[in-house]
Design a protein around this ligand. Structure first.
Ligand code: UT7
Length: 324
């Protein structure tokens, strides 16, 4: 039986930093409100880099750190909801940029749970013996979709990319168990980029609406209810207990959401890694950005047992038990 282990991580964020004070010059908001309601202090915004550029930067870092020859990469999955193009996929653009001529490349869209869904798909390919390795990247340039007249939403999001190299192993390590799910009945709680079905033979508008629209309270309730349930199911399925877990790497949407999840799971808050103060909510990039930072700081070590858990538009959620 095969398992898939994370053998390298990498990230890439735009250099441009936008602080809460910067935002307060163009939006009716202030640093105190944003920090107390979300834990976000600043975010990185694109200076022109698109989702594929950031994803390529993350992939290059993964290649450099792992030493893998790009020609040996077998699968590239990019999770994004802010792709450069609807088609070609961002994964295909990354494939060409890094010279991974032998890889199969495609995108997955599951919003803030996108990285979890991408990891899940890659894990199956590896576990079934189809591929020996895969690069999975979450990348977002959400700044291009923000409505700066909607202060409840525009202060929360940021841009960035990060990912992992997943490799086949016969050791029982890497992705040990997963719990993922969707609830399309609540789809309208968070939407972005509506494209109407207008054409020259009907009277339907052709005008697309790019911006992000969110019922913040509905998402807050969903996250604080569904994530603890998802993590409990994951622990049950895997026969593990909370005190065996070294770290939880949650989707970096809001520090208050993480605090409630920690209380509901009766797990100490210091096991939950947070870096939304630096990046804001980067949707599918947020979990790998946090993971990469933990690896760089030496927090995650060989043998660390972690839970990744994400939630977002769709609605979607996903939790994974990962042994390093
Ligand atoms: O990846 C998943 C994506 N989304 C999320 O995770 C978002 C989940 N939701 C949240 O994080 C929270 O619901 C928010 C941070 C979006 C909002 O926090 P809240 O405590 O639910 O605030 P609220 O919407 O109830 O607004 C409270 C007040 C309102 O004023 P009034 O009506 O009480 O006078 C808002 O108009 O705060 C006001 N407000 C702001 N004030 C200053 C809303 N946004 C801002 C702002 N600056 N940026």
């Amino acid at each position: 039986m095969y398992f898939s282990k994370i053998s390298a991580t990498g990230s890439c964020a735009p250099d441009k930093i936008v602080t809460n004070d910067d935002l307060s010059k163009i939006v009716d908001t202030n640093d105190e409100w944003i920090v107390s309601r979300s834990g976000i202090k600043r975010r990185h915004f694109s200076s022109g880099e698109n989702a594929s550029d950031l994803a390529t930067g993350a992939a290059e870092e993964i290649i450099k750190r792992s030493g893998i020859d790009p020609l040996d990469i077998e699968l590239i999955i990019v999770a994004t909801v802010s792709a450069d193009y609807t088609t070609p996929s961002t994964a295909c653009l990354v494939q060409a940029n890094i010279g991974a001529a032998n890889a199969v490349a495609f995108d997955v869209g599951a919003a803030c749970a996108g990285f979890m869904f991408g990891l899940s798909v890659a894990d199956k390919y590896i576990k079934c013996g189809v591929y020996k390795n895969a690069i999975i990247i979450g990348t977002e340039v959400l700044s291009k979709y923000l409505d700066f007249n909607d202060r409840g939403t525009c202060v929360l999001f940021g841009d960035g990319a990060a990912g992992v190299l997943l490799e086949r192993t016969e050791e029982q390590e890497g992705i040990l168990c997963e719990e993922i799910g969707s609830d399309g009945f609540k789809a309208m709680a968070l939407t972005k980029g509506f494209s109407p079905a207008g054409n020259v033979f009907n009277n339907v508008s052709c005008e697309a609406d790019r911006s992000m629209k969110m019922d913040g309270k509905a998402i807050f309730d969903f996250a604080t209810r569904s994530v603890p349930v998802s993590v409990k199911k994951l622990l049950e399925k895997s026969g593990r207990f909370t005190d065996e877990i070294d770290f939880v790497i949650p989707h970096q949407a809001n520090s208050r959401i993480v605090e409630i999840i920690s209380r509901k799971l009766k797990m100490p808050l210091d096991k939950f890694y947070m870096n939304m103060d630096e990046y804001g909510n980067t949707s599918s990039a947020s979990i790998p950005l946090a993971l990469n930072e933990m690896v760089e700081k030496g927090i995650i070590k060989k043998g660390s047992l972690c839970i990744f858990t994400g939630f977002g538009a769709g609605l979607t959620w996903g939790s994974m038990l990962v042994k390093f």
